[in-house]
Design a protein around this ligand. Structure first.
Ligand code: OGA
Ligand code: NI
Length: 356
């Protein structure tokens, strides 16, 4: 598409249709806007349930030196080979995870008119949304979402978070707080595993001035799940993502070569994935891997994605220590603001960053 100027980001190019409202009518065929070209549709082949991303027990980081070494190595391998892994014993309260998930399920179950009060625009994306990208006539994904800023504090606006269910703001704050701490721990591990100073990645992200935001994804039931996607293929543009998947319904798929692997979520685990900014900082030693979401006719699905990002006006480029004659710098320095603007204008469309 042509480059969208800032003005075109002030509103959606077409009236917004809530996918949940489509799903609630007894449609047997989905509107053409949601039908993907044949090459992008979910594979008709049954997924191989035996393949899954690594599941890593973070408790090992506090074990004896041998166990700690083994755990660091598992994480290192997962970041290099998969860009995705699940973590157990991550320190976040399971009760809080369940509570936050349920409070957001409660939000999506509110009457349409209440949710509509939080309708978002492409200017900041905060609030209740049903599309990403502002390309007129674009194919759409089979999902609604809620997007909110957590950090920096100057962007955190509780008035833009749902007032209902009544504990939504409190639970979401507590949840964000715990995930922020967990991300801080993971950043140290990732730095050490790259042979960098423990604080390297955190400092590159602006130290305490990191940006974090959340997207609660809601994937309604779909009468023709083989023709569409809940979320088109993309890589996460930010630093690192912690995903709390639905506790009953699978749907997230990760690209592995030409195949798509359906992740089987482990109970009470988070799914961690490397985003584009850490791929850049690591000079592509760590991979920000393409993923997408499939939907189904029997069950709705919900997920909470917590995005941990560099301070938006800092220039991100490969760490000097990871640039050598044999491995020259793969990326041009760019701020996250610049990067994100280009992604948001396009909507989710595969991956742009080169990988080697
Ligand atoms: C995302 C994402 C996956 C999911 O929000 O970026 O990839 O399972 N979500 O909802
Ligand atoms: Ni994603």
């Amino acid at each position: 598409m042509g480059s969208a100027d800032m003005n075109s980001l002030h509103d959606w190019p077409e009236p917004i249709v809530r996918v949940q409202s489509l799903s609630d009518t007894s449609l047997t065929e989905i509107p053409d806007r949601y039908i993907k070209p044949p090459t992008e549709r979910p594979s008709i082949y049954a997924p191989d349930a035996a393949i899954n991303i690594p599941i890593i027990d973070l408790g090992g980081l506090n074990g004896d030196s041998k166990l700690r070494r083994k755990t660091l190595d598992q994480i290192s391998k997962a970041c290099r080979e998969w860009g995705f892994f699940q973590i157990l014993n991550h320190g976040v309260s399971h009760e809080l995870m369940r509570r936050t998930r349920e409070v957001w399920r409660g939000f999506f179950n509110l009457p349409p008119v209440v949710k509509q009060g939080y309708a978002n625009s492409p200017k900041t994306y905060e609030g209740y949304g049903s599309r990403l990208g502002v390309q007129k006539g674009a194919k759409l994904d089979w999902s609604d979402y809620y997007y909110l800023h957590y950090l920096p504090l100057c962007l955190k606006d509780l008035e833009k978070w749902p007032a209902h269910p009544s504990s939504c703001r409190d639970d979401t704050e507590e949840y964000g707080d715990q995930l922020l701490k967990l991300c801080g721990r993971l950043m140290k591990v990732l730095s050490l595993n790259l042979g960098l100073e423990e604080d390297y990645l955190q400092n590159s992200f602006g130290g305490e001035n990191v940006g974090t935001c959340m997207r609660i994804n809601f994937y309604p039931k779909c009468p023709q799940p083989n023709l569409t996607l809940g979320l088109s293929s993309h890589s996460d543009p930010g630093g690192m993502t912690l995903l709390l998947p639905d506790d009953h319904v699978a749907g997230l798929q990760v690209r592995s070569g030409d195949n798509w692997i359906t992740i089987q979520p482990a109970p009470d685990a988070f799914i961690v994935n490397i985003g584009d900014q850490i791929q850049v900082l690591s000079n592509a030693i760590y991979k920000s891997v393409e993923h997408r979401v499939i939907v189904n006719s029997g069950n709705e699905r919900m997920s909470l994605a917590f995005f941990y990002n560099p301070k938006s006006d800092l220039v991100i480029k490969p760490a000097q220590e990871l640039v050598t004659d044999e491995r020259p710098s793969l990326y041009q320095p760019m701020t996250f603001d610049e990067y994100r603007l280009s992604i948001r204008t396009r909507g989710p469309q595969g991956k742009t960053l080169k990988s080697s």
